[in-house]
Design a protein around this ligand. Structure first.
Ligand code: ATP
Ligand code: MG
Ligand code: MG
Ligand code: MG
Length: 477
């Protein structure tokens, strides 16, 4: 079709040319002005209808939500707020939309309401902006790694390993539920799940990613990840997308540098390529803020916050240093931490992480060298015998955005740790093979893509930054 997208049309340098646009009606005023949108931008194109010479039946069919094809002349607009109008010479209704039944009215709907009609929320300015930014960020992730010679490695979705995701993995089964196989004791034999093996959906591609890195040097995965998080937080989904690079010959410092560079690169990419959408989202937040009492308002605008993140080094400190800070702190005069920091060895709660980022340092933080008891078996043990070469990156308003580590490449240390924790070595024989044949120092991390999109769009709930959110009791659309 000769259709031109509205974004490209608005960048036109010519007028008095014939154009065809296709899109959905946002509003239709006075039987004369159609605001048409095709999702390429939040800016609508105004169509001027010669209503005196237009069939009345056709005019009635131009309703909010209807799909139209319009041909006409591009002219400079006389109205305020827009550069061009199209003087329609031909209007075709491609799909009607019954105004009595269409759930989206030309007014501001609450995010809660839009979550219930998530199949239609793409048609609002807020979600148009969010999903264009999301698209751009995912392109930037690939661009960053491809420019650095990383190999995009597809790790499996169905897997026998649960990457020690104890209890968080969704089981995959092709069993006939009416005729379940039984063990000799008469219990359901889940070991028969997947053509005779016990399988689940991946909770992380890291272990497989390490196999790739031990030959291709630098790889990354970027795929859907599943966790049976039976909780209702604004930061967790049951299905989310994770970016997991794994780099051979990297230590923890190299790993932190890579992670910081990635985050800054993709945020910068969004600032440069999604100016209009980020300005829209910034303004949206400012309006929301005006409804709040003074002391709850944001200190920085969304765009300033993103720029600040680019302009400053992330604060790096050890877990041990963080505990010292937290022991001496109370969040504010009235309130203590809900979970008081007892001392060294306890895992940090999100209130502690947010305190460090938002109140103490007021910038992104990289925490390193956690106690080995609260981290995974594959993280490299430090010489002190107590900590591992782990890193978590914490972001303002988000909390943990990245978790990573240098990996334990020494077979004896790795096996000893697996024994201590009770991880069956025979099930991970393939993983241990990388330590048997040509083991080398390596490191990697996992970046939760939706947490990144949350940060960049300034949204408050992770369910609003993924097109089709999966969370308890929600998987229809
Ligand atoms: P959290 O402490 O927030 O539950 P985690 O430590 O369990 O996260 P990791 O296993 O370290 O998460 O996974 C790496 C990254 O994946 C996290 O830093 C986070 O950005 C993201 N992530 C983890 N779980 C979820 C989830 N359920 N929904 C969305 N993103 C997630
Ligand atoms: Mg978790
Ligand atoms: Mg965590
Ligand atoms: Mg983590």
């Amino acid at each position: 079709s000769k259709r031109i997208k509205i974004k490209a049309l608005l960048e036109s340098t010519q007028t008095n040319i014939e154009v065809t646009v296709k899109g959905w009606v946002r509003t239709f005023r006075n039987n004369q002005f159609i605001a048409l949108n095709d999702g390429s931008t939040n800016n609508n194109i105004q169509i001027v209808v010669d209503f005196q010479n237009t069939d009345e039946v056709l005019l009635k069919r131009i309703t909010t939500g209807a799909a139209l094809s319009i041909t006409g002349t591009l002219v400079e607009s006389l109205g305020k707020g827009q550069k061009f109008d199209i003087k329609a010479t031909s209007i075709e209704v491609l799909g009607d939309s019954d105004p009595e039944k269409y759930p989206l009215q030309p007014k501001k709907h609450s995010l809660e309401f839009l979550r219930e009609i998530a199949h239609l929320r793409f048609r609002t300015n807020t979600f148009g902006a969010i999903f264009r930014v999301r698209n751009s960020l995912s392109f930037a992730v690939h661009k960053f790694f491809q420019e650095r010679g990383f190999i995009y490695l597809h790790t499996p979705v169905i897997t026998q390993s649960d990457a020690e995701g104890a209890g968080e993995a969704f089981r995959v089964t092709n069993l006939d539920l009416n005729n379940l196989p039984r063990t000799e004791e008469g219990e359901i034999d889940f070991k028969q799940d997947f053509f005779g093996k016990s399988t689940n959906l991946t909770v992380s591609g890291q272990l497989e990613g390490e196999l790739g890195a031990m030959a291709l040097s630098d790889i990354y995965t970027f795929g859907p990840t599943f966790r049976a998080e039976n909780s209702n937080t604004t930061r967790h989904l049951a299905e989310f997308w994770m970016i997991e690079p794994e780099m051979a010959f990297y230590d923890l410092t190299d790993n932190m540098d890579m992670a910081e560079a990635l985050l800054k690169y993709v945020i910068n990419h969004a600032i440069e390529n999604n100016k209009e959408d980020l300005e829209f989202l910034t303004q949206r937040l400012e309006e929301e803020d005006k409804q709040k009492p003074q002391n709850e308002r944001a200190e920085m605008s969304l765009l300033d916050k993103l720029q600040f993140c680019l302009d400053n080094d992330f604060q790096r400190l050890t877990y041990t240093e963080a505990i010292e800070i937290l022991k001496e702190s109370t969040p504010n005069k009235k309130k203590k931490f809900q979970y008081p920091v007892e001392g060294w060895g306890t895992d940090l709660q999100s209130e502690h992480e947010r305190y460090l980022v938002e109140k103490h340092f007021k910038k992104p933080v990289i925490l390193t060298d956690y106690p080995k008891e609260i981290k995974s078996f594959y993280m490299r043990q430090n010489d002190d015998g107590k900590t591992v070469a782990a890193m978590d990156i914490l972001f303002p308003g988000i909390g943990e955005i990245i978790g990573g580590s240098q990996r334990e490449e020494r077979l004896d240390k790795l096996e000893q740790r697996m024994d201590e924790i009770g991880i069956p070595k025979d099930e991970l024989w393939w993983y241990l093979d990388t330590r048997r044949f040509g083991a080398c120092p390596h490191a990697g991390f996992g970046l939760g893509f939706e947490r990144l999109v949350l940060f960049v769009t300034g949204m408050g709930n992770i369910r609003d930054v993924i097109p089709f959110p999966r969370f308890p009791k929600n998987a229809e659309f």
